[in-house]
Design a binder for this molecule. Structure first.
Ligand code: URA
Length: 323
């Protein structure tokens, strides 16, 4: 097969996936085609592939990021429409996301395997080779998938791996991860009994990166959303916990965490709690009250989670971080 034919096949597959995700137009830089070819071990194109607009093209597409951004925003906002609080919020709560089903459903990938573990392993391989994420060129090389039990009742979802996660290729093993492990222990559980994953499977790249991290952009998140939604579909936990604003956003729940937390939403049919990211607790701990308020708020959210999944809650646990 010529590299031109191979490129056309890859692009067709890519565009079909984007179309399924509801994206209406895509602009392709020549560099992206070359990257796709390079990943297949084929010679790069010398000829410029300027633009491919597969469906209902609305606006000229200057480059992938620019072209994808509105589509990503549309997808994220329609995911918001596909989620709703699990029960009617109290009047003081923020306005609920509309209950109407979106025309865009979260993409669930078809994954080979007969057991959950086999399916997750296959999905991790798909994420590792994700053409969309790799083609962006704004995410780092190492893919960090997930850790924990395929039979977990509680699934924690964070933002994206940081430097330590990238080094160990395991989510939440750096300072924020140690905080999360402490929270899980306080719930009477071990890390191996829950499932821990991230919205974005790659550490977002930065100039002069060092130890620095940044949240994934909507476009970066969009490339990884099918993986997290497929993980949820495979594991079928009793409950989801979104750690921080980015994770909530990826699941279609937008707004400040301070407003979202403390009540259940429905994501993919599952009760979903949004709470502060453990790194927020780390920041708050440096302040005058030692982060007592933040810790108590997160703990109250976790008490709700424990009750919802039917975990026993002792009086001692109920009293943690109370003033
Ligand atoms: N923060 C996250 O959101 N995820 C990680 O895996 C580590 C830190």
């Amino acid at each position: 097969m010529s590299s031109q034919t191979e490129a056309a096949g890859l692009l067709k597959h890519y565009l079909e996936q984007r179309q399924v995700a509801g994206q209406t137009h895509v602009g392709l830089r020549p560099g992206m085609v070359n990257r796709l070819l390079h990943r297949r071990g084929l010679a790069p194109q010398t000829q410029r592939v300027a633009e491919i607009r597969p469906v209902r093209s609305a606006a000229p597409a200057a480059g992938f990021e620019e072209a994808a951004a509105p589509a990503a925003a549309a997808m994220l906002s329609s995911l918001k429409a596909a989620t709703a609080p699990a029960s009617a919020p109290a009047p003081t709560r923020p306005a609920a996301a509309p209950a109407a089903r979106s025309r865009l459903e979260p993409t669930i990938l078809e994954v080979p395997g007969s057991t959950k573990a086999e399916k997750l392993a296959a999905l991790a391989q798909m994420a590792e080779h994700s053409p969309e994420a790799r083609a962006l060129g704004t995410l780092r090389e190492t893919m960090v998938f997930a850790v924990g039990s395929p039979d977990a009742e509680i699934m924690f979802i964070g933002e994206a791996p940081g430097s330590e996660e990238e080094r160990q290729q395991e989510p939440f093993v750096g300072p924020a991860g140690q905080k999360l492990t402490g929270i899980i222990k306080a719930m009477g559980l071990d890390r191996s009994e829950v499932y821990i994953s991230n919205i974005c499977k790659f550490r977002p790249a930065m100039e002069n990166q060092g130890w620095s991290n940044r949240p994934p952009t909507p476009v970066e998140m969009q490339t990884c959303l099918p993986y997290i939604f497929t993980e949820i579909a495979i594991i079928q936990p009793k409950i989801l916990v979104a750690l921080g604003k980015t994770a909530a956003e990826g699941l279609g729940l937008s707004g400040p965490v301070s407003k979202l937390r403390g009540q259940f939403y429905t994501v993919q049919g599952l009760p979903t709690m949004v709470t502060f990211h453990p790194s927020y607790i780390l920041r708050e701990e440096k302040l005058a009250d030692g982060g007592k308020v933040a810790k108590r708020q997160v703990w109250e959210d976790m008490l709700q989670v424990m009750e919802k999944v039917g975990l026993p809650v002792s009086e001692k646990q109920r009293g943690y971080f109370k003033k």
